[in-house]
Design a protein around this ligand. Structure first.
Ligand code: FE2
Length: 558
């Protein structure tokens, strides 16, 4: 029975998680508090910075003090990193990173007065990723595949998890890294490295794999569970794209080719793991596991029956994984993860006080889900702020921006609100029991938006805003027992329109992290053309937007 705080602080997406007696109590990313996207710059100089706000939130959520923590699990082990040399400046200051990790117990003690120094333990980066999928999935036994940019000295882990124990079967050493190759491509296409990889995945739907033969030469599995990535001269294939410049057909072809090769390699690694382990189930984590197109190919084409992906598959998830692993090491049986809604929440009185402070007119409708559904059905955009915020990069109906999927123009409208490129899709949420009628070729249920599904014939025309150029949609299924309020919203929308699907994208404006607290929500509502803010049981209407039940939406005078 232990209190374990997990911390990710080394590269990007600093985060904290709290596991008490094996139960996941809270998890949050630092960016949601500081409003700095990805928390910090992933450079060695920032390694000392801790996710202090997220840590404080986790402890407050459990009503615990630092002195009551049995273990702080830090998701990086300096003993596995390249040894720090006397000259800290070599290898891009890698030694400084290692030095700061070794000093982490002191930094933690400084920010958590009362913490016992011996409480800090280091969990290898990829073991933390692995634990975020194994313990969290509740699948035991299972095979586990971790792929990311890098950990201490490796970029991958393949293993088998049995009776709560991980056996590592393969680990690919750097510099070979699928995640770093994808990051390289992201930067080459004018996007932000280790941030905008999903834009490349979206762009890949627009090209043809004309460079695939070259990529197949350069990137190969090794037959022993690992892979080789030869130096890829992307410039020789297609010139680099300036930030913000429109992409050309060859750029899309390059994105398609790298994406396709990534999918092939992941499939081969999964096939190797299946042959070695004989497991029925596979769990995935690491930043590459946020690639829902690759995940879907694993689900469709690999020999595994079930595939589970950690929703916070990027480095933020190592905070949770490290905590779960340390809890197991201390004798608890941690997990599973029942929801990604592990962040902050506010009760009615607090929300009402915030609305009064903001001085906005608000109402308390009898049924907030119905009020929101009414605005959506009249083609309004709804900012939906309900319950605990999500852990991981996807909005799952707690901090969401919602719209009507029947109007193709809503894709452009939402991308405009969020300052996103127009080639990027928005995703649908759908009632779990109806999902099979509308979507196929992907796992159901799919509660975390980590797979793509094909939109069934006849439905593409009915929900055009959420169908990507390749005929797929990255769906979120909503189960009534897991999320009754979101399920009710979908039901009320269906009652008005006959469509049990709503467009769902994360609640934020351009370049900002997802909204987390009520003030963020009000700022977002105040600065973007959103028609209704549904916050707890209250609604704030844009002037001129009709009340629930009235279908006509009065246009605000221009
Ligand atoms: Fe990682």
């Amino acid at each position: 029975m232990a209190v374990v705080l997990g911390v990710n602080a080394v590269f990007h997406d600093p985060a904290a998680a709290l596991v008490v007696d094996g139960e996941i109590v809270a998890a949050a990313e630092e960016e949601r508090f500081t409003r700095r996207k990805h928390g910090k710059s992933p450079v060695p100089f920032s390694t000392w910075e801790l996710p202090e706000h997220a840590i404080r939130f986790c402890l407050a959520e459990a009503g615990l003090r630092a002195a009551e923590i049995d273990a702080v699990a830090y998701s990086y082990d300096a003993d596995l990193a390249p040894p720090a040399r006397d000259d800290l400046t070599v290898d891009g200051w890698e030694g400084l990173r290692t030095l700061y990790v070794r000093r982490a117990p002191r930094f933690l003690q400084a920010s958590l007065p009362g913490l016992r120094p011996q409480a800090v333990r280091f969990i290898a980066h990829h073991r933390a990723h692995a634990a975020s999928a194994t313990f969290a999935s509740g699948m035991d036994p299972c095979a586990v595949l971790v792929l990311d940019g890098r950990g201490e000295g490796t970029s991958h882990l393949g293993g088998v998890f049995r009776d709560g124990r991980l056996e590592v079967l393969a680990a690919q050493e750097l510099p070979h890294s699928l995640g770093l190759l994808y990051e390289e491509l992201t930067a080459h296409l004018g996007f932000r490295r280790s941030s905008d990889e999903y834009k490349v995945m979206a762009m890949a739907s627009y090209g043809s794999p004309s460079f695939l033969p070259t990529l197949r030469e350069l990137v190969r599995t090794d037959g022993a569970g690992g892979f080789r990535v030869a130096a890829v001269d992307l410039d020789a294939l297609v010139p680099a794209l300036a930030a913000g410049a429109p992409f050309t057909a060859p750029h899309a072809d390059l994105a398609t080719s790298v994406q396709r090769r990534l999918e092939e390699i992941v499939l081969e690694l999964a096939g190797w793991l299946h042959a070695r382990t004989g497991c029925r189930d596979l769990v995935l984590a690491g930043g590459v596991a946020l690639n829902c197109v690759a995940n879907s190919r694993v689900w469709r084409e690999s020999p595994f029956e079930r595939v589970w992906v950690q929703p916070a598959a990027g480095d933020a998830g190592t905070a949770l994984g490290a905590a779960l692993q340390a809890a197991a090491d201390l004798g608890d049986r941690p997990g599973p993860m029942r929801t990604a809604a592990l962040g902050r929440s506010w009760d009615e009185a607090e929300l009402e006080a915030r609305l009064r402070t903001a001085g906005v007119a608000f109402e308390r409708p009898a049924d907030v889900a119905d009020a929101a559904a009414g605005v959506l059905a009249a083609n309004g955009v709804v900012a939906w702020f309900q319950g605990r915020s999500e852990f991981g990069p996807r909005a799952l109906g707690h901090r969401s921006l919602l719209a009507d999927p029947r109007h193709p123009g809503n894709l452009e409208k939402l991308n405009d609100i969020k300052g996103r490129e127009q080639f990027r899709p928005v995703a649908p949420m759908v009632l779990a029991e109806r999902a099979g009628e509308i979507f196929c070729d992907g796992p159901l249920p799919s509660p975390y938006m980590l797979f793509t599904h094909r939109v069934r014939d006849g439905w593409g025309e009915r929900i055009p805003a959420v169908v990507h150029v390749d005929g797929t949609a990255r769906i979120q299924t909503v189960q009534r027992e897991d999320d009754p309020l979101v399920a009710r919203l979908l039901e009320r929308f269906e009652a008005r329109t006959g469509v049990p699907v709503v467009v769902n994208t994360s609640l934020n404006t351009a370049g900002r992290p997802m909204v987390d607290d009520p003030r963020d929500a009000l700022e977002c509502f105040g600065s973007a053309p959103v028609d209704l803010l549904a916050i707890g049981p209250f609604v704030v209407r844009r002037a001129g937007v009709a009340a629930a039940g009235e279908h006509a939406r009065a246009e605000v005078a221009a």
